[in-house]
Design a protein around this ligand. Structure first.
Ligand SMILES: [Mg+2]
Length: 234
């Protein structure tokens, strides 16, 4: 019996890369106005180098996108010449600007109807490596469990985010289905803890791994029928 359906967020319920790129452009425009030294003294190469430097000094940050982004921003502001306190304040405000843009997402077709329909029959959980917050998007009414790598400290495909969702939902892995776009992070990760896994293959790519998902769909609207077939065949 299927009791829990867990969802990846980025590139599963909405397209992410263009949204993050746009949020970063908005942030740079904000910096140009509020922290001009940051823009004048650090070119894009220097800003990229900050990311490597921060990761080298604290590799665990690769699992926590929010803390990572905050650390990169603060280091950049310090390097640009802002004093500690000012750098902290600009980091805090700048991150708010970024987050606002980060949530300007457009749901994929059928996303909200899918969540609403499934939430009538199953517990739903979100399991994300990113820093989109379903509460900010008005989707928290569908999810009884919300898990982020930021909060767990380990990102998919590590078992920890999956196990956290299962534990919070009080559901055994064999009664849970994870849906996501990423072969390793989502499908391999979920299968690794004994969950079922459905690949959201929006672009119709070839499956790249030896371990197979339980199935794949190219459109979110196909998921309810897929779940019914999956249950009937087991
Ligand atoms: Mg994803």
């Amino acid at each position: 019996m299927l009791q829990l359906v867990t969802f990846d967020l980025d590139n599963t319920l909405w397209e992410t890369e263009s949204v993050v790129a746009s949020a970063e452009r908005t942030l740079m425009a904000w910096f140009a106005e509020h922290a001009p030294l940051f823009v004048e003294r650090l070119d894009s190469e220097a800003r990229k180098a900050l990311r490597h430097e921060v990761l080298a000094s604290d590799p665990a940050l690769r699992h926590r996108v929010t803390d990572f982004r905050l650390a990169v921003m603060k280091l950049g502001l310090l390097r640009a010449g802002y004093a500690e306190e000012q750098a902290s304040e600009l980091t805090r405000r700048g991150f708010e600007v970024f987050l606002e843009g980060r949530h300007a997402v457009t749901f994929f077709p059928h996303a909200e109807r899918l969540l609403q329909g499934l939430s009538e029959n199953y517990q739903l959980a979100s399991i994300s490596n990113g820093n989109a917050d379903v509460r900010k998007l008005g989707l928290d009414k569908y999810f009884s469990v919300i898990v982020s790598a930021d909060e767990v400290g380990l990102s998919k495909p590590d078992p920890a985010p999956f196990l956290t969702a299962l534990q919070r939902a009080g559901v055994e892995p064999q009664r849970a289905l994870h849906i996501g776009d990423h072969p390793e992070d989502d499908i391999q990760g979920a299968r690794g803890v004994g969950m079922h896994a459905l690949w959201f293959n929006r672009h119709g790519a070839e499956w790249p791994l030896s371990l197979q998902p339980d199935g794949e769909v190219r459109c979110l609207g196909d998921i309810p029928d897929w779940i019914e077939r999956f249950k009937a065949n087991r």
